[in-house]
Design a protein around this ligand. Structure first.
Ligand code: ZN
Length: 68
Protein backbone atom coordinates (compact mmCIF):
# COMPACT_ATOMS: atom_id res chain seq x y z
CA UNK A 1 0.00 0.00 0.00
CA UNK A 2 2.58 2.54 1.10
CA UNK A 3 4.89 2.46 -1.93
CA UNK A 4 6.42 5.86 -2.45
CA UNK A 5 7.95 7.55 -5.44
CA UNK A 6 11.29 9.17 -4.84
CA UNK A 7 10.97 12.74 -6.03
CA UNK A 8 14.56 12.75 -7.25
CA UNK A 9 15.32 9.38 -8.93
CA UNK A 10 11.64 8.51 -9.43
CA UNK A 11 12.04 4.90 -8.28
CA UNK A 12 9.59 3.13 -6.00
CA UNK A 13 10.46 2.57 -2.37
CA UNK A 14 8.88 1.37 0.82
CA UNK A 15 8.11 4.16 3.24
CA UNK A 16 10.93 3.08 5.56
CA UNK A 17 13.51 3.29 2.75
CA UNK A 18 13.40 7.06 2.62
CA UNK A 19 12.16 10.18 4.26
CA UNK A 20 9.55 12.84 3.70
CA UNK A 21 10.98 16.32 3.36
CA UNK A 22 9.18 19.63 3.45
CA UNK A 23 10.19 21.95 0.66
CA UNK A 24 9.27 25.56 0.47
CA UNK A 25 7.78 26.34 -2.92
CA UNK A 26 6.93 30.01 -3.01
CA UNK A 27 4.18 30.50 -0.42
CA UNK A 28 3.41 26.79 -0.23
CA UNK A 29 5.00 23.99 1.73
CA UNK A 30 5.17 20.73 -0.20
CA UNK A 31 6.02 17.26 1.08
CA UNK A 32 8.28 15.18 -1.09
CA UNK A 33 9.54 11.67 -0.57
CA UNK A 34 13.26 11.03 -1.07
CA UNK A 35 15.01 7.66 -0.87
CA UNK A 36 18.10 7.47 1.34
CA UNK A 37 20.49 7.27 -1.64
CA UNK A 38 19.15 10.54 -3.02
CA UNK A 39 19.14 12.13 0.42
CA UNK A 40 22.81 11.28 0.69
CA UNK A 41 23.61 12.64 -2.76
CA UNK A 42 21.63 15.68 -1.83
CA UNK A 43 23.58 16.40 1.35
CA UNK A 44 26.86 15.84 -0.52
CA UNK A 45 25.75 18.32 -3.18
CA UNK A 46 24.79 20.77 -0.44
CA UNK A 47 28.19 20.40 1.22
CA UNK A 48 29.94 20.87 -2.12
CA UNK A 49 27.90 24.00 -2.71
CA UNK A 50 29.26 25.27 0.59
CA UNK A 51 32.75 24.82 -0.81
CA UNK A 52 33.82 21.72 1.08
CA UNK A 53 36.38 19.47 -0.54
CA UNK A 54 35.69 15.81 -1.27
CA UNK A 55 37.92 14.86 1.63
CA UNK A 56 36.04 17.07 4.07
CA UNK A 57 32.74 15.70 2.83
CA UNK A 58 33.96 12.16 3.38
CA UNK A 59 34.84 13.07 6.94
CA UNK A 60 31.47 14.71 7.54
CA UNK A 61 29.40 11.85 6.18
CA UNK A 62 31.54 9.38 8.09
CA UNK A 63 31.06 11.33 11.29
CA UNK A 64 27.31 11.37 10.77
CA UNK A 65 27.37 7.61 10.41
CA UNK A 66 29.18 6.90 13.66
CA UNK A 67 27.32 9.43 15.80
CA UNK A 68 24.07 7.87 14.65
ZN1 ZN B 1 15.81 8.45 -5.02
Amino acid sequence: MSKKNCFDCNNHFEENEGKMLILNNGDKLIWHFYCFACLKNWSIRALKAKGLSDEEIQKTTYKNKITK
